[in-house]
Design a protein around this ligand. Structure first.
Ligand code: FAD
Ligand code: TPP
Ligand code: MG
Length: 596
């Protein structure tokens, strides 16, 4: 450990906030972050950001040293998703900045509030192909909500404050602030109050018209087969209670997007489960049969709708959404209520009476859906007896049961992600952290570090595939350095499983480049000083999961699951929502070559 590692001479958090003070640009970076309430950042140093690192010890901010800047961006993202606060990532110029790109795009596609700070070469060298110079504002223009190139010390505080406001306001998203080295080294008067961002001006369309509300209320009153589609915007606006009131008052069932899971309790009798490509069959059938869809903070992603030509043809659509550009983008809305979901619902709810007080009786519709659930359960792996094999679905189900569902699960991307969504039942928002829009493999391990940093008292589980885990496995060292109690479940099927599944269904089982050799994950963990176990049968799952939970430090479990199992149901790309491939009824489980 370097001799200065513990030499923090941090000043009180508000030391510079109340009186204008002369500071260096680097000090201004930290002082502004303190003013914005930041306590944790994730980053990696280098020449062009070194002045900022040099000033860190004077400020009460914890810096997590990552192993790759992609990790820093995912950690900031996981921090934001788990807490609702803005996540902060820091990197140097050139390769440091470009390494952030995948993480920034991941946050952009899922509307995550994040601020990335990068150093750049001195302003005089900009545009000269100087050492480690890259035009990171140019590169990130399409994947940030906004970005800044700052070359004057006095502009640092206003830019960072504006970045925080932009990241959090309206539809959230990532913002990048690139600061030249000379701006970091210069001096200016730091005046936090004077650096106040321009007032947030909501989009002119963000006005909920009275006639829109009346029209929506009328559609809701008259609907016989309504479904609420609850998405990520429910958590982002904090509208859980309002959505629940709407559902209960009108006895309307609620279907959730992948990013909406947890926004409506899984155990609630009106919760249908996940919609879309790998959603429950009864949910997709209900959407196709519905006469009204009430879309709440979701953007009709193509994984949700299947082919648009046949999507919910019988239904009128009410779309409640904060970003006007989402209205009529994929699915035409009969009524668009543009605004913050919670505020819109608060205006809408007084116009809707409860069942039994002039409201409709939804029991026949709920009964129809419930009947189709019964039919679906014969396809369900969860109900199969323990055959001595280990299925990922069983692992997810057991993880949910053993933890009582009271954990933050951070998944990677692939089959395991879908099994988690199907079999781990989330009761609360922000308990599933997953990359939906970009589908970024390598997300889980670093994002879990961010989530655990944000919520140190929560039980945090990584659920990753053998492929994605290897993309960012270097962050195991970060877990150890930060002494984080994170449990890691690797769903090891020896394949890039989701791609293998597509090859099985659509490419004649030509398993080109999907079988995957992995290191011994137990030994890999142990090499990092992390305790680990392998699990091969279902009967071992409970004991080892409990061992992991009780272990004082991080713990990794290598679940050696069936190799060629597939995620069902599945809507092939280009098919209608109800045209699902179902788990074969007669021989529901695929045998691995070893079984034959
Ligand atoms: C392998 C894989 C398979 C997948 N399969 C499925 C699947 O089967 N089913 C599924 O659902 N998804 C699936 N996804 C995820 C899918 O790609 C999308 O990411 C997801 O459907 C998006 O959900 P969303 O619209 O709720 O969230 P987002 O994409 O985050 O959109 C949220 C919307 O809410 C709006 N919003 C934000 N804040 C507010 C506010 N305050 N008030 C009002 N509106 C607000 C935003 O403007 C945005 O339009 C899959 C992803 C992967 C990687
Ligand atoms: C960075 C990145 N590269 C490629 C893909 C395409 N892809 C989606 S799922 C998948 C396979 C994931 O394999 P694994 O991590 O083992 O998880 P599994 O599907 O087996 O559960 C791939 C390659 C991706 N989503 N992200
Ligand atoms: Mg795999």
């Amino acid at each position: 450990m370097g001799k200065n590692a513990n030499a923090k001479t941090a000043q009180p958090a508000d030391a510079h906030l109340n009186t204008p003070t002369p500071l260096t640009g680097s000090e201004i970076v930290w002082a502004t972050l303190v003013g914005e309430g930041v306590t944790d950042v994730f980053g990696y140093p280098g020449g062009a950001i070194l002045p900022v690192y040099d000033a860190l010890r004077k400020f009460p901010i914890h810096h997590t040293l990552v192993r790759h800047e992609q990790g820093a961006a995912h950690m900031a993202d996981g921090y934001a998703r788990a807490s609702g606060k803005v996540g902060v990532a820091i990197a140097t110029s050139g390769p440091g900045a470009t390494n952030l790109v995948t993480g920034i795009a991941t946050a952009m596609l899922d509307s995550i509030p994040m601020v990335c700070i990068t150093g750049n070469v001195s302003s005089k060298l900009l545009g000269s192909d100087a050492f480690q110079e890259v035009d990171i504002t140019g590169i990130t223009l399409p994947i940030t909500k906004h970005n800044f190139l700052i070359s004057r010390t006095e502009d640092i505080a206003p830019a960072i404050r504006q970045a925080f406001q932009i990241a959090q306001s309206g539809r959230p998203g990532p913002v990048l602030v690139d600061i030249t080295k000379d701006a970091q080294q210069g001096k200016a008067t730091f005046d936090f109050a004077a650096a106040q961002p321009k007032p947030y001006r909501p989009h002119p369309m963000l006005k909920v018209e009275k006639h829109g509300l009346e029209h929506a209320a009328e559609l809701i009153r008259n609907a016989r087969r309504p479904v609420i589609l609850a998405g990520h915007g429910v958590a982002e606006s904090g509208a859980m209670e309002q959505v629940r009131t709407l559902a209960e008052r009108t006895q309307t069932p609620v279907a959730l997007t992948l990013l909406g899971l947890g926004c409506f309790p899984a155990s609630h009798p009106l919760n249908l489960g996940m919609m879309g490509m790998h959603g429950e069959a009864w949910v997709n059938h209900a959407i196709q049969e519905a006469d009204l869809l009430i879309a709440c903070g979701m953007r009709f992603d193509d994984r949700v709708t299947g082919t648009l030509a046949t999507y919910a043809q019988k239904a009128k659509k009410i779309h409640i959404e904060i970003d006007p550009s989402e209205i009529n983008k994929n699915v035409k809305a009969d009524v668009a209520l543009v605004g913050d979901l919670r505020e819109v619902l608060e205006e809408l709810l007084p116009r809707i009476s409860s069942r039994g007080q002039g409201g409709r009786d939804g029991s026949a519709w709920l009964k129809t859906i419930n009947n189709s659930k019964g039919e679906c359960s014969v396809h369900d792996i969860e109900n199969l007896p323990d055959s001595g094999h280990l299925y990922a679905a069983h692992v997810m189900h057991d993880l949910w049961r053993i933890t009582g569902g009271d954990a933050i699960v951070v998944t990677d991307v692939g089959q395991h992600q879908m099994w988690e969504a199907q079999y781990f039942h989330h009761e609360k928002p922000r308990t599933l952290v997953t990359s939906g829009g970009l589908g970024t493999m390598g997300f889980a391990l670093p994002a879990a570090i961010g989530a655990k940093t944000a919520c140190p008292d929560k039980e945090v589980w990584v659920v990753a595939g053998d492929g994605g885990f290897q993309m960012t496995a270097a962050e195991l060292s970060t877990i150890v350095q930060e002494k984080l109690k994170i449990n890691i479940a690797i769903v090891n099927n020896g394949y890039l499983g989701m791609v293998r599944q597509w090859q099985e269904f659509f490419y004649d089982r030509n398993y080109e480049s999907t079988p995957l050799i992995s290191p011994d994950f137990v030994k890999l963990a142990e090499a990092h000083g992390i305790a680990a176990r392998a699990v091969r049968t279902r009967s071992e799952v409970e004991t080892v999961v409990n061992e992991a939970r009780k272990a004082p430090g991080a713990f990794l479990i290598n679940f050696l699951v069936e190799k060629e199992d597939s995620v069902y149901p599945m809507i092939p790309v280009g098919a209608a929502l109800h045209e699902m491939i179902r788990r074969p009824e007669k021989d529901p489980l695929l045998e691995t070559p070893e079984d034959e």
